[in-house]
Design a protein around this ligand. Structure first.
Ligand code: SF4
Length: 369
């Protein structure tokens, strides 16, 4: 029996063809939205980088509740995506450092920012001397296990151009063998490390996930304050694949009512195919408590007609409603088939942490210039 999610698109929006319908968040939803133009702004202002010395850099599956080990060279991310769930890891690190007496009250206020969400984008913690900690942590990773870099913050955010922490990590990892690695990024800067990625995949499995939720640059700028434009990410994907690096696209999160309509996702899958993606996978938005302040500001500004729908749909849980998630899976599966992508099970749902990610014991050591 067809469910509400399979209802004829004409019921949802009579003016659009059947395939154009966005997925209703709730059974009662019958609205669609329109996009308007905004000016793009990619300038960075007022960001400070703070050195931290982690005792551990690899988060174990046990500590995060995920199926794999994870590593994040930075805490905080200048790309500033409104839907980013990692904002709470930044808050957690700052609060722990404050509780442990490692930072003063004044530093605490500065690192937390006027709004909880803001410091995540403007106070970036750089995990210096990461290789020593990694060396020790790797001894605990059994053969065949998976390590994902960039589960909480982008390992190729602008800071990496200068600090090269991710590159140092990759240099060490190229000495590993029999492991499985994943890297998630929105940045074309990853192409810089193609040499290391090729070496890494010689004796290990490797999947590079270029993260892109829309091919529409105007829409992207509304949702992601300073991320690289979609075309630049697709070009990076093309370059990686042409070089022989095993790379594909991650469309996460899919935003209900904003990026989930079939033409939109279809165009994204087509763009991935054109860029040579070897796989595509996608998952619906998870709206953790710490993300809501920031995300609802953006909704209110650009998509006010969606606020009530999101509020109802995400009232009791961080994940998208079950029926919505199922309908989205079916849509994604159809698109995979249409564009010739295999059902991709290798990756991990990035938005599935069951517990607060642990960033290891940190020592704040003051500001870098
Ligand atoms: S690029 Fe990734 S880590 Fe950075 S803000 Fe966006 S979603 Fe968060």
């Amino acid at each position: 029996m067809a469910s509400w999610a399979d209802a004829p698109a004409g019921d949802l929006n009579p003016k659009r063809p059947k395939s154009a319908a966005q997925l209703p968040l709730l059974k009662s939803d019958r609205q669609t939205i329109r996009l308007s133009d905004t000016v793009l702004d990619e300038r960075l202002r007022g960001t400070r980088f703070v050195s931290i010395t982690p005792r551990r850099v690899l988060n174990s599956p046990k500590s995060t509740g995920m199926d794999y080990w994870s590593l994040n060279p930075y805490v905080g991310c200048e790309f500033g995506c409104s839907y980013c769930y990692a904002r709470y890891t930044h808050r957690y690190v700052v609060e722990r450092a404050h509780d442990a007496g490692k930072i003063t009250d004044a530093e605490f206020l500065d690192y937390r920012g006027a709004h909880g969400w803001e410091a995540f984008e403007k106070r970036i913690f750089v995990k210096e001397q990461v290789v020593g900690a990694l060396e020790a942590d790797l001894k605990h990773v059994p053969l065949g296990e998976c390590i994902v870099i960039g589960t909480a913050t982008d390992p190729y955010q602008p800071a990496e151009r200068r600090f090269k922490i991710t590159r140092a990590v990759l240099q060490r990892l190229t000495r590993c063998e029999g492991l499985s690695f994943g890297i998630i990024t929105k940045s074309p800067l990853i192409v810089r490390d193609s040499d290391l990625l090729l070496r890494l995949q010689e004796r290990n499995e490797l999947q590079i996930h270029i993260s892109l939720i829309t091919h529409d640059a105007v829409l992207a700028r509304k949702l992601e304050a300073r991320s690289p434009v979609p075309a630049a990410r697709l070009r990076a994907l093309r370059k990686l694949v042409d070089t022989g690096v095993h790379a594909g696209l991650i469309v996460a999160p899919v935003l209900p009512g904003i990026t989930d309509d079939l033409p939109h996702l279809d165009a994204l899958f087509a763009a991935a195919k054109d860029a040579g993606a070897l796989f595509v996978h996608a998952g619906a938005l998870r709206l953790y408590a710490a993300v809501r302040d920031r995300f609802y500001m953006v909704l209110q500004e650009h998509f006010p007609e969606l606020v009530a729908r999101y509020t109802r749909a995400y009232a009791r849980q961080a994940g998208a409603p079950k029926e919505y998630a199922k309908a989205l899976s079916r849509r994604v599966e159809e698109l995979r088939k249409k564009h010739g992508f295999k059902n991709h099970t290798g990756m991990i749902d990035r938005y599935r942490p069951a517990k607060m990610p642990v960033q290891g014991e940190l020592e704040l050591r003051g500001s870098l210039p």
